[in-house]
Write a protein that binds this ligand. Structure first.
Ligand code: SF4
Length: 355
C-alpha cells in the first residue's frame, strides 16, 4: 500500500475507495499487480454502480474481488435514521465507522435535486445562531466520508436526480480544506458522481486565507454566511469575524475567481430587532457593491432554546424591497424542512441524540 493512500484516510484501516482519486485508484490497482485501467473500472463501480461490496463487480476476476475485499473498503456510512419533512426535504442521519454521526439533507426541486453535505462532525466556529456551532468540533470528515454522503442518498433514493451539491451541512468546509478539495475533485470527475463544477457550492463563514487558497486551487461557486453589516454586529454572532473582520473578508471575496457568469451567494439570516432594519439593508447594499453578489434572506427559524427572535414578515419584505430597489438580487429563501430541523443552522439535534 502506498503511503499517500493511508495518509488520506486516517479513520480507515483499509483505504476507503470512495475517497480516492482516479490516479490513486490506478496506483492502488498497479500495487495489486493489475493493469492501470482497473482503477477506472473500480471507480465507476463505486460511484456509478453505487456498489456496497466487491461481489457485484462482474468485470473483475473473482480472485481480484476477493483480494480487494481484504485490502480496501467501500461500504461507507450507514443510514441510521431518515426523516421526511412535509415539503419533501429528507434528513439522513449517517453513522460513520467510528460511531460518530453526521447529517445530510436531500432537498427536492422541480427540475433538479440538491444534496446538502456535511464536512465535519460538529464545528469549531461557534456561530451563535447555529446549532452545530453549539456542539463544538468532534472531528474532520475524510473525503471518502464526504463523497459517501452523496452515494448513500443516491442508494436510498434511487428515483432522485441529485445534480446540485452544497457544502452547507455540519461543519466549516474550509476548516477541513484538504479533504473538502479532494471530495470536490472526486465528485466532479467523469468516473465519479459527475456533479458539474457549476452546480457545486462551498459555503463558508468567512475563513479568509482559505477562501483565497480555494480560489487558487479550484473554480467553484462560493456562498458566504454574512448575517451582519458591521464588525460589531457580526463579531457578536460570528466569532470568526474577530479574526477576519468584514473589510478583509470583502477584499478576499472581491478577488475570488468565480466560475463564469456566477455570483457569490451571501446568506443573511434575518434576526428580529438585530440586523433587520432599513439602515442594515442600505448598509448591506453599500458593502456588497463592489462584488458580483446575490443575497439569500433567511428569516431566522424560531429556535425554542435560542436567544434570538424571528423577524416579522413585514420586516422581511421591506428588507428585500430595499435591496431589490438598489439592484441587489435578493431572494427570501423558503426554509425547507423546518419541521424536521433540517433548515439552515438547525443541523445537529439528531446527532446529539444519536451519539
Ligand atoms: S454556521 Fe457553519 S461555520 Fe458557523 S458554527 Fe454553524 S456549521 Fe459552523
Amino acid at each position: 500500500m502506498g503511503a499517500p493512500l493511508l495518509k488520506t484516510e486516517v479513520h480507515h484501516r483499509r483505504p476507503d475507495l470512495a475517497g480516492l482519486t482516479l490516479s490513486e485508484l490506478e496506483t492502488f490497482m498497479v500495487e495489486l499487480g493489475q493493469n492501470t485501467y482497473r482503477g477506472g473500472q473500480v471507480m465507476r463501480w463505486v460511484h456509478h454502480g453505487l456498489a456496497v461490496s466487491f461481489d457485484g463487480m462482474t468485470n473483475l476476476s473473482k480472485a481480484l474481488r476477493e483480494e480487494l475485499a481484504t485490502r480496501a473498503s467501500i461500504c461507507g456510512p450507514v443510514v441510521s435514521a431518515r426523516t421526511e419533512s412535509e415539503d419533501g426535504t429528507t434528513k439522513f442521519l449517517l453513522q460513520l465507522d467510528d460511531g460518530h454521526c453526521v447529517e445530510t439533507v436531500f432537498i427536492p426541486g422541480d427540475d433538479h435535486d440538491t444534496l446538502c453535505v456535511s464536512s465535519q462532525v460538529g464545528c469549531a466556529m461557534g456561530c451563535r445562531i447555529c446549532r452545530t456551532g453549539r456542539m463544538g468540533l468532534v472531528r474532520n470528515l475524510t473525503a471518502g466520508e464526504i463523497v459517501s454522503q452523496l452515494l448513500s442518498v443516491r442508494r436510498e433514493l434511487p428515483e432522485s436526480h441529485i445534480t446540485n451539491v452544497v457544502f452547507m451541512g455540519m461543519g466549516e468546509p474550509l476548516a477541513n480544506f484538504d479533504q473538502t478539495v479532494r471530495a470536490i475533485r472526486i465528485m466532479t470527475h467523469p468516473n465519479g458522481p459527475q456533479i458539474s463544477w457549476r452546480r457545486l457550492t462551498v459555503s463558508t463563514c468567512g475563513f479568509v486565507p482559505k477562501i483565497r487558497e480555494l480560489g487558487r486551487e479550484l473554480r467553484v461557486k462560493l456562498a458566504v454566511s454574512l448575517n451582519a453589516v458591521t464588525d460589531e454586529q457580526r463579531s457578536a454572532i460570528m466569532p470568526i469575524n474577530r479574526t477576519y473582520p468584514l473589510a478583509e473578508l470583502l477584499a478576499a471575496l472581491k478577488e475570488y475567481p468565480l466560475p463564469r457568469g456566477s455570483r457569490i451567494t451571501f446568506e443573511y439570516v434575518l434576526i428580529g430587532g438585530f440586523n433587520d432594519s432599513d439602515a442594515d439593508a442600505r448598509q448591506l447594499v453599500r458593502i456588497l457593491n463592489p462584488i458580483r453578489a446575490k443575497v439569500n434572506l433567511i428569516p431566522l427559524n424560531q429556535d425554542p432554546e435560542g436567544e434570538f427572535q424571528a423577524p416579522s414578515p413585514a420586516r422581511v419584505l421591506r428588507f428585500q424591497e430595499i435591496l431589490m430597489s438598489r439592484s441587489l438580487m435578493a431572494i427570501v429563501r423558503r426554509s425547507r424542512g423546518q419541521d424536521i430541523l433540517a433548515a439552515c443552522g438547525q443541523l445537529a439535534s439528531g446527532v446529539e441524540a444519536a451519539t
